[in-house]
Design a binder for this molecule. Structure first.
Ligand SMILES: C[S@@+](CC[C@H](N)C(=O)[O-])C[C@H]1O[C@@H](n2cnc3c(N)ncnc32)[C@H](O)[C@@H]1O
Length: 254
């Protein structure tokens, strides 16, 4: 059974939308839409998360959301660019701009892995992030972006799942990181590495075009929570054509 059920997701939607309407950044183009923010919200709530590492801050919209749920002092934020960050939670530990260091280089104190979520929204190689999370003893990892293999230049958990070839990374703000032996192991044996769950689309969008102007339904995804006719929140409806449904990993430590 999935660690987070459809019933649980649907149950969180009304409270999420109430909070989301208060978000400080109205135009978050380049960052999380309502759908992705909902899944961050649901993951933190359902897993009882107390501490979050956010890798990839952009304007700070998801920083704000995380702060609402666990409080600023309980989050670590990592972002190479200080010029774009607009929202700063009270008391967060920031590795931003001149203080930036990549997640892989940061030493985290001994921790209770059950309480921590690594929220990866930095467009760095997903294989590499998983290995780093495992090495650092983390258990819960949420990848915001989860591109299908056919989208050129981005490495994602979906590619791992589908066992597709890793494309070279060309995304303008990411550092290319190559495959190594352990990446290969993970790719071949992803189910032994841990469990993973791709979140479902909120609305069925068959017959429509995605925001990349290709056909929705072209890429394998789960069945949507709602049919096209059942609206359940203006923002979730507006953002329904994302198809990079976030994916949650629970890393198994032997
Ligand atoms: C999609 S945006 C993050 C969106 C954000 N979570 C939000 O509120 O919607 C990706 C961010 O990752 C940052 N980034 C790029 N390389 C990174 C790295 N190695 N570590 C952390 N962040 C990185 C980019 O500068 C950019 O701000």
């Amino acid at each position: 059974m999935d660690p987070i059920t459809n019933k649980a997701i649907i149950g969180h939607i009304p409270a999420f939308l109430e909070l989301w309407h208060k978000r400080p950044i109205k135009n978050n183009f380049g960052g999380c839409s309502s759908v992705h923010a909902l899944y961050l919200y649901v993951t933190i709530k359902e897993l009882g998360i107390k501490y979050v590492v956010e890798s990839g801050v952009w304007k700070g919209q998801t920083s704000w959301l995380i702060e609402q749920l666990i409080g600023g002092p309980n989050m670590v934020r990592i972002e190479p660019r200080s010029d774009i960050v607009e929202y700063n939670p009270n008391g967060s530990m920031d590795a931003i701009g001149p203080a930036f260091d990549d997640f892989g280089n940061i030493d985290f104190p001994k921790l209770n892995a059950d309480e921590w979520l690594i929220f990866v929204d930095d467009h760095v190689d997903a294989f590499t992030r998983l290995i780093q999370c495992k090495d650092k003893g983390f258990k819960h990892v949420l990848f915001d972006d989860n591109y299908p293999a056919v989208v050129e230049g981005k490495s994602s958990a979906k590619m791992i799942k589908e066992r597709n070839e890793l494309k070279s990374l060309k995304y303008y703000y990411s550092q290319p990181i190559g495959l190594n032996a352990s990446d290969e192991l993970i790719r071949k044996d992803i189910d032994k590495f841990g469990t993973h769950m791709e979140f479902p689309p909120i609305y069925s969008v068959m017959g429509e075009k995605t925001r990349w102007n290709d056909a929705c339904g072209l890429y394998p995804t789960r069945q949507a929570l709602f049919s096209p006719l059942s609206e359940n929140g203006e923002d979730l409806w507006k953002d329904r054509k994302d198809y990079t449904w976030p994916v949650y990993f629970e890393i198994r430590h032997q």
